[in-house]
Design a protein around this ligand. Structure first.
Ligand SMILES: [Zn+2]
Length: 325
């Protein structure tokens, strides 16, 4: 990517002043396992506070990935690990539970963090416990990972490919009532369409790409993207090279953004890096400190300042403002 000096200056200034919102990372897995801390720059993984600061990211969603039983205890362990790290680094990061809190935290020069659960297993079959998770600060939930759970089928359940169960429908209703954002990344297509049918609020796909550009099952097809956008939803571009295409580099990330903008407009696209949840990262986006390269690339591709700010964070902020307030 070759930028003129003027473009380079514009990109840096824009990235600096924009709300830069990453809607998915799995860093809490390492943190909860005690492998590293959020406060120190690590030689492993892709994301920590020093690298978020260099990368100019000021709103990070931390996923609580439900990887083992007992599920609810795992959920609480992840939340506790986040609380501990936030307390240890209270001058640099804070939990946000509303848009007003995000704005306040960011205006103080700190990084705002939102908590999201990745996998409805966390509910252990009881959507009735959602208000407790909400009180703990959780503001989004992905109904499934790749497999089947009590709420729905994930994308790897291609043989059955079922939609939402009765509990899944109840969970959607409960989340709508509470003001929690529903995340459809990883859901099998039938479940995706069920969520759109039942949810009264816009939904997000926090870390999903375009199937029309690269036909990986984790990517959303054109009809899904258009429907998500028509309902006011937003999808975050996932940096996993194997979701991006044969060459999963920075240009491929920009290609997915271009494709989605052309298909469904500028208001439905954001960033969902999946850092620390992916084994490999794209050339040019090796870790979160490289995030300004996205802005450079968007400048190089001719996007306006307003469009770039939407992609960097304003679109996700719009949905969360509407749903969680
Ligand atoms: Zn994921």
């Amino acid at each position: 990517m070759n930028l003129t000096a003027t473009q380079e200056e514009r990109a840096i200034r824009l990235h600096e002043r924009a709300l830069v919102w990453d809607s998915h990372c799995d860093t809490l897995m390492d943190i909860a396992a005690g492998k590293r801390t959020l406060g120190e720059r690590s030689s492993s993984g892709h994301l920590d506070l020093p690298r978020l600061e260099v990368g100019g990211v000021n709103m990070q969603i931390f996923a609580i990935y439900i990887d083992s039983v007992p599920y609810l205890r795992r959920t609480l362990e992840f939340i506790s690990a986040f609380y501990r790290e936030a307390a240890n680094n209270s001058d640099r990061i804070a939990l946000a539970t509303s848009i007003a809190e995000i704005e306040d935290i960011v205006s103080r020069g700190k990084i705002a963090a939102l908590l999201s659960i990745e996998g409805g297993e966390a509910l252990e079959g009881a959507p009735a416990i959602l208000p407790c998770l909400y009180r703990l600060g959780v503001r989004a939930l992905g109904l499934t990972w790749n497999h089947r759970n009590q709420l729905a089928d994930g994308v790897e359940e291609a043989r059955t490919g079922g939609g939402l169960t009765t509990l899944g429908v109840e969970t959607v209703a409960q989340m709508n009532r509470l003001g929690m954002v529903i995340d459809v990344s990883h859901l099998a297509p039938a479940g995706f369409w069920d969520v759109l049918k039942h949810s009264t609020q816009p939904v997000i796909a926090s870390h999903s790409n375009a199937w029309g550009l690269y036909d990986h099952p984790r990517n959303l097809d054109n009809d899904q993207i258009k429907a998500l956008a028509n309902r006011g939803g937003v999808m975050g571009i996932n940096f996993a090279p194997h979701f991006l295409g044969p060459v999963g580099d920075l240009e491929a990330v920009l290609n997915h953004i271009d494709y989605i903008v052309n298909l469904a407009g500028i208001d439905c696209i954001g960033l969902g890096s999946d850092y620390d949840g992916i084994a490999a990262t794209p050339a040019g986006l090796e870790d979160v400190s490289q995030m300004p390269n996205i802005t450079r690339g968007l400048v190089a591709r001719g996007y306006s300042d307003n469009e770039i700010e939407k992609i960097l964070g304003k679109n996700f902020a719009r949905v969360f403002a509407q749903v969680m307030g």
